[in-house]
Design a binder for this molecule. Structure first.
Ligand SMILES: *[C@@H]1O[C@H](CO)[C@@H](O)[C@H](O)[C@H]1NC(C)=O
Ligand SMILES: *[C@@H]1O[C@H](CO)[C@@H](O)[C@H](O)[C@H]1NC(C)=O
Ligand SMILES: *[C@@H]1O[C@H](CO)[C@@H](O)[C@H](O)[C@H]1NC(C)=O
Length: 185
C-alpha cells in the first residue's frame, strides 16, 4: 500500500515538474578514454546550478600534441527500450569545419549552441607551445530554444561524440539529455 502511495506521489511530482517551464536538460554525462596515451578527462560531470538548471562541465586534456587533424563522429540515440541510433550520424573533419564554418552542416548547430561555453574557438593545429590546447566546456546548460529548430521530438536522448586523430578513435563523450520541445508544427 505504501509502495503505491509513493508511486502516486512520484507521478504527481513528475507531472508538476513537466508542467514547469522547461525540462530540456542534461541527465548524465560519461567521458570514455579509448586511448590513455592521448587524452584525459580531469573533469566530466553535471552540476546543478539552480532548480532544474543542470550544467555540463568537461575538461579535455590532450596529451599528444600538436594535433593537426581531428575527425569527430556525432551520433544521436533515442531511448526506447535501450538507446537506438536516431536521426543523424555524421563524421566531420573538425579542423576543416573550424576553418570554413558552414551553416548547412548539422555540426553548425552544435557549434553555435556550445560556443558561449567553450574555449574551442580556433582551427588546427593545437600546439604544445601555447597553453590553450586543453579543451574546456564550462557550465553548458541546454535550453528549449536550442532544440526549437532541430527535429528531435520529446524524449530521452544520448548524444555521442567520438574523436579520432590519425584515424584512431581516442575518446568518446556521451551526453544524456531530455528534450521537451514539441516542434511538430
Ligand atoms: C555511424 O556510421 C558509421 C559508418 O559511417 C558506422 O560505422 C557506425 O556504426 C554508425 N553509428 C551509428 C550509431 O549508427
Ligand atoms: C580564443 O579564445 C581565447 C580565450 O579563451 C582568446 O585568447 C583567443 O584570442 C580566441 N581566438 C580566436 C581565434 O577567437
Ligand atoms: C603551431 O605550430 C605550427 C608549426 O609547428 C605553427 O606553424 C603554427 O603557427 C602554430 N600555431 C599556434 C596557434 O601556435
Amino acid at each position: 500500500m505504501s509502495f503505491t502511495m509513493i508511486r502516486v506521489f512520484c507521478t504527481l511530482l513528475l507531472a508538476l515538474e513537466l508542467r514547469g517551464q522547461s525540462v530540456t536538460r542534461h541527465t548524465n554525462v560519461k567521458c570514455e578514454v579509448l586511448d590513455k596515451s592521448f587524452v584525459e578527462f580531469p573533469i566530466c560531470n553535471l552540476k546543478v546550478l539552480g532548480r532544474g538548471i543542470i550544467a555540463e562541465n568537461v575538461y579535455i586534456k590532450i596529451l599528444k600534441l600538436p594535433v593537426e587533424k581531428i575527425s569527430v563522429n556525432f551520433a544521436v540515440y533515442k531511448k526506447l527500450s535501450g538507446y537506438h541510433p536516431f536521426l543523424f550520424n555524421v563524421t566531420v573533419d573538425l579542423c576543416h569545419y573550424m576553418k570554413h564554418p558552414n551553416p548547412m552542416n548539422i555540426v553548425h548547430y552544435i557549434h553555435i549552441a556550445l560556443k558561449p561555453f567553450t574555449n574551442f574557438n580556433h582551427s588546427c593545429p593545437y600546439n604544445v607551445s601555447n597553453n590553450q590546447h586543453d579543451i574546456v566546456v564550462k557550465d553548458f546548460v541546454l535550453t528549449d530554444q536550442m532544440f526549437a529548430r532541430i527535429p528531435l521530438p520529446i524524449g530521452n536522448y544520448m548524444f555521442s561524440i567520438k574523436m579520432a586523430t590519425d584515424d584512431v578513435w581516442r575518446a568518446r563523450l556521451n551526453t544524456y539529455f531530455d528534450v521537451n520541445v514539441d516542434n511538430k508544427n
